[in-house]
Design a protein. Structure first.
Length: 374
């Protein structure tokens, strides 16, 4: 197998400016949105090499970057986390980002087969269960933002360690029973990772089982400055967090984000939790209707203007004189879905001297590391 090329959807907009930089033989696109719909969303100028393609989709123009996978990975591992991170962490991230991407390409091929019947929504009168994966992308392999994995061109790939991490793991992936592993990752698991099937389709993966993570709890500002990019450093309460809503705030929020009018919210009841404590199914009880919703990302979406950090939260209610709460307090742990590699935990492991092989073995049990192309 030779090194694959991939296509990455950079942005979709009605007005695109692209500037050629002859010094780097690269293209600069101003004001590219990153962290779309997340709490840290912003825009930045980004620089790309390789082939740029612009296609029209309705009234929008979509910019696609076609690039060899190993060059793509150099950007990913320094966009997801800081390029100043320890080499062993960057090597581990190169392996899982490569594995995830190739697994997604295989999955896309399977979804295009006529006999494949795939649905990401299960709906009845009582329940609405939805998961979000990357099947949305038909014109390119992956997008450039957190929906897939962060890819910000050559904007952040500036240390020798990043290049060394990719070159020293060139073509290496994790396998389970000769299949490339769907190696998920999130920012902070909160102390224990989650099972794949509790966040996405109900298909267990033995290498994505739940494991204890004693490494992801750090509030050392020196470590966090070294491993997190600037926009991630603004989030300091990722391990344990709390949000509070008044009755008016939460009822309006759920109505706006879900499209359902529950009336006043009487209760939020965890019906099912995963192994990390993340809520998989949440019953929302209102004065006008009751419905159970899931999975974890849908819950995070409807209970926040952007996203809750995670669905691993406890619910406290505050009452006045009526039987309807006047305030809801959500106290939670972790940042992200919690499946697979915990980025902050893995970065701390590298700081403590663990090798990339040991990091991968901790977060992806039963997997095998193998070089599949050179």
């Amino acid at each position: 197998m030779k090194q694959p090329e991939i296509s990455v959807g950079i942005l979709s907009t009605s007005d695109i400016q692209i500037h050629y930089n002859p010094a780097n033989d690269s293209f600069v696109i101003p004001n590219v949105p990153i962290g779309i719909h997340f709490h840290w969303e912003r825009k930045e100028d980004q620089e790309f090499r390789g082939e740029l393609k612009i296609i029209r989709e309705g009234n929008q123009l979509t910019v696609i970057n076609k690039i060899p996978i190993e060059e793509y990975l150099t950007s990913v591992i320094s966009s997801e986390m800081s390029a100043m991170s320890d080499l062993e962490f960057l090597k581990a991230h190169a392996v899982i980002s490569r594995s995830w991407l190739l697994a997604q390409k295989e999955k896309s091929s399977q979804l295009q087969q006529p006999e494949t019947n795939y649905a990401s929504v299960v709906e009845t009168d009582e329940e609405y269960i939805r998961w979000y994966d990357r099947e949305d992308h038909a014109r390119f392999d992956v997008c450039a933002d957190d929906h897939c994995q962060r890819y910000q061109g050559i904007t952040r790939a500036f240390t020798p360690e990043v290049t060394k991490a990719v070159e020293s793991t060139w073509g290496e992936v994790l396998l389970y029973e000769d299949q490339i592993c769907d190696t998920r990752f999130s920012k902070c698991c909160g102390g224990r990772t989650e099972k794949f099937e509790n966040c996405w389709e109900p298909v267990p993966h033995p290498y994505l089982e739940s494991v204890d993570d004693p490494f992801c709890h750090t509030d050392d500002p020196g470590i966090l400055r070294r491993i997190l990019n600037d926009y991630d450093q603004a989030t300091s309460d990722f391990y344990r967090w709390q949000v509070t809503y008044s009755q008016d705030e939460i009822s309006r929020l759920i109505n706006r984000k879900s499209g359902w009018d529950f009336g006043k919210i009487k209760d939020l009841i965890p019906v099912e939790r995963g192994t990390s404590g993340r809520i998989v199914r949440l019953k929302i009880v209102g004065t006008q209707m009751t419905k159970t919703v899931g999975k974890e990302l849908f819950i995070r979406k409807i209970l926040s203007k952007s996203h809750l950090y995670s669905s691993a939260f406890e619910v406290e209610k505050e009452y006045a004189d009526e039987d309807v709460p006047v305030k809801f307090r959500l106290t939670g742990s972790g940042w992200g879905h919690g499946v697979g590699l915990c980025q902050i935990g893995a970065a701390v492991m590298a700081q403590k001297g663990y090798t990339y092989r040991e990091i991968l073995a901790h977060y992806f049990p039963h997997s095998v590391l193998k070089k599949i192309y050179s």
